[in-house]
Design a protein around this ligand. Structure first.
Ligand code: PMP
Length: 367
């Protein structure tokens, strides 16, 4: 059947989540320490849990196809119009659909090396040519992060869509808003830019403001966010994009009517309202990120700067033995072979006891 598929799809390798997490859960039960998915180890706000329980009574009904209440809550929080918001079954769905809507054999995609793994899938699924710009070199403080000059140089008259990830997954680094502004101002008319802000809730450095502030001035800008990370709702699959109403209207043509499920809509709205829970989780994450990165650096490992809930750690040699030692202890990191980073593991920030398990697992492997 592959021969019957469109050409891009023939070359596409499906998204690889790293490990068979279900088998690992079966094997280790509650002892398993899951640090491979950049999830929130504290879980969602208690208010979201209550909203989910309330929603159980309505499960025989379809969800609101427009997601009106969640859009209104988001619009209010972000200071945008509800018509600027597009809801997705996770931001993953939206990232795929932007390419589907706007790209094709004559309308290509540009991304950075080490950009999020879904971007090349989106390009292939749309049968669009993909150009990968080199990342920042070794020695640069944001090594392996996005090089906006290189990305700009990769854009040509065939480019329709640029995917940027800020802060970046899997590297954790970021580029300043001022650089993004210059980049956007330099682009030709036909180019749309997605700024994927999946980790926005964790950002604390002043030079990185959300790209949302640039939306009024750059009509072809799209900002994507998710409830899977800071809000702790990865299992419910709720993401969103913010863009010009006209662009959202195009995307609505493609959207499946009930793409966000009923408990997901309710939980996301409740989670959004609980700013205290989010602030507490972000603070815990910051404390643990500092604690863990200090200890990893003390062991002589290169730890990329991070404004996210994970660390990219470079072992300076094949990371597979470290990965295997961790797995044997029931600690799950994310291998980076698929990203072309075989000497690295990506490690999500856990609770203190989870992070301790990680460190002792690495110690057992000689790191
Ligand atoms: N963008 C980035 C950069 C991510 O890291 C992730 C999750 N790993 C996503 C998008 C997708 O998140 P979701 O589909 O859960 O919203």
């Amino acid at each position: 059947f592959l021969a019957l598929a469109q050409p891009g799809l023939r070359r596409l390798r499906p998204y690889d989540p790293g490990h068979d997490i279900v088998a690992l859960r079966r094997r280790f039960g509650a002892r398993l320490v899951e640090l491979g998915g950049n999830e929130n180890p504290h879980g969602p706000s208690p208010r979201a849990r209550e909203a989910i329980l309330d929603a159980l009574g309505q499960l025989a009904r379809y969800p609101d196809p427009l997601g009106g209440d969640l859009k209104a809550a988001l619009a209010n929080k972000l200071g945008v119009d509800a018509a600027q918001i597009l809801l997705g079954n996770g931001s993953h769905e939206l990232l795929m659909q932007f390419a589907q809507a706007f790209c094709g054999p004559e309308a290509g995609v540009v991304m950075s090396r080490y950009g999020f793994a879904v971007y090349p899938l989106a390009a292939l699924a749309a049968d669009a040519p993909l150009t990968v710009a080199e990342a920042l070199p070794e020695g640069h403080p944001m090594h392996r992060g996005h090089d906006l000059d290189a990305i700009r140089a990769a854009v040509d008259e065939r480019t329709r869509l640029v995917y940027l990830c800020n802060p970046s997954n899997p590297v954790g680094t970021w580029f300043p808003s001022a650089d993004l502004e210059r980049f956007l101002a330099s682009l030709p008319e036909q180019v749309l830019v997605v700024v994927d802000e999946a980790y926005a809730e964790y950002v604390e450095v002043p030079e990185l403001q959300s790209a949302l502030t640039l939306l009024p001035r750059f009509p072809r800008l799209i900002v994507t966010r998710t409830f899977s990370k800071g809000y702790g709702l990865a299992g419910l699959r709720v993401g969103y994009a913010v863009a010009q109403p006209g662009l959202v209207a195009v995307m609505e043509r493609l959207r499946e009517s009930f793409n966000v499920n009923l408990p997901g809509l309710a939980a996301a709205e409740a989670a959004l309202a609980d700013e205290e829970h989010l602030a507490w989780h972000v603070e815990q994450n910051r404390i643990e990120r500092e604690w863990l990165s200090t200890r990893l650096r003390d062991r002589g490992l290169y730890v990329h700067p991070s404004q996210t809930n994970f660390l990219l750690v470079d072992f300076g040699r094949d990371a597979t033995p470290y990965e295997e030692a961790l797995l044997a202890q029931g600690v799950v990191p994310r291998p980076m072979r698929g990203y072309g980073l075989p000497t690295c593991l990506r490690i999500s920030i856990g609770t203190r006891s989870e992070n301790q398990r990680l460190l002792s697992g690495l110690e057992g492997a000689g790191a």
